[in-house]
Ligand binder design. Structure first.
Ligand SMILES: NCc1[nH]cc(CCC(=O)O)c1CC(=O)O
Length: 305
């Protein structure tokens, strides 16, 4: 039976709430008469703020409580930043919709400097992402890398308080929060790769609720799904989670898919890159192929294999 109300489980950060509201508005627009409500919840990833994410470990740190809410019938769907969604979902869950991707670039944010090249020798840069740290090391081995956690607003306050000369954030998050003016420059492919799935919003739901899935599928963007399928397949083979320095960027044209992947080492700043192309229906195979190419170039030891 087609539901008349959909409840969206969401984290409570400003970015998560924006994304959930965005999905709610899109659902109301494509399904007139449908009632859509938010169910804000706290997750383990939000509560443990004093440690780098990479050391808390555990995939799906931001998902668990939202999945429990769906299993207990308190919500029909959850909205996530796709880059926080582990390569492999919990059994019984699917992603019926991936929304059109926003700007996937990372942002260089600073009150004093225009870009990475302008930073003085030894400048302090804040980011807890191993992917961002490894890429920073590769271009600027002199920089002092400092941990920086918390939601987007907290990170900007710490920059403004003078704890860092610059910080790195996702352009997409800043734009969604109306903070695009904080972006001093964009870090872009092919020199700099985003996280697999960065800038895409994903809807998660229970696999056993076909009528809910049918409503949600209306928001799916086929091109974005292809690109992130390739990126996430690559990440999966590489053992993907936020604890490994992996970057990926897939573009989709009429000619097909082009995927570029990167594995880095934070301490040495060594980066390995590989790329390949494939037809549109070969997204997963393309991801596995680029992962294999990275292993062939020596990614194993960098990933602790
Ligand atoms: N890990 C936190 C997170 N998850 C998704 C985004 C940005 C939005 C997106 O990539 O869709 C951010 C913040 C950031 O990296 O600056």
């Amino acid at each position: 039976m087609t539901p008349t109300t959909l409840r969206i489980a969401t984290r409570k950060s400003a970015l998560a709430l924006w994304q959930a509201e965005h999905v709610a508005a899109e659902l109301r627009a494509v399904h007139p008469g449908l009632l859509v409500e938010l169910v804000p919840l706290s997750t383990r990833g939000d509560e443990i703020l004093d440690k780098p994410l990479a050391t808390i470990g555990g995939k799906g740190l931001f998902l668990k409580e939202l999945e429990v809410a769906m299993l207990e019938g308190r919500a029909e769907l959850a909205v996530h930043s796709l880059k926080d969604v582990p390569a492999e979902l919990e059994p019984g869950f699917v992603l019926p919709a991936i929304l059109p991707r926003a700007d996937a670039a990372d942002a260089f944010v600073s009150n004093d400097y225009a870009d990475l090249a302008a930073l003085p020798l030894g400048a302090r840069v804040g980011t807890s992402s191993l992917r961002r740290q490894a890429q920073l090391r590769a271009v600027r081995p002199d920089l002092t890398l400092l941990d920086l956690r918390g939601n987007v607003g907290t990170r900007l306050s710490k920059l403004d308080a003078g704890h860092y000369d610059a910080i790195l954030l996702a352009c997409a998050g800043l734009e969604r929060l109306g903070l695009a003016s904080r972006i001093r420059s964009r870090l872009t492919a092919p020199d700099w790769l985003p996280a697999p799935g960065q800038a895409a919003i994903a809807i998660e739901a229970r696999a056993d609720q076909p009528d809910v899935l049918a409503l949600l599928h209306a928001l799916d963007d086929a091109q974005t799904r292809l690109a992130v399928t390739a990126e996430r397949a690559m990440n999966h083979v590489l053992g993907g989670s936020c604890t490994v320095p992996v970057g990926a960027w897939c573009t989709v044209t009429e000619r097909g898919l082009h995927l570029r992947g990167m594995v880095g080492d934070v301490s040495s700043g060594r980066l390995l890159q590989a790329e390949a192309e494939a037809e549109g229906d070969q997204a997963e195979a393309l991801g596995r192929q680029v992962a294999q190419a990275l292993f062939d170039k020596g990614a194993g030891p960098l990933l602790g294999h």
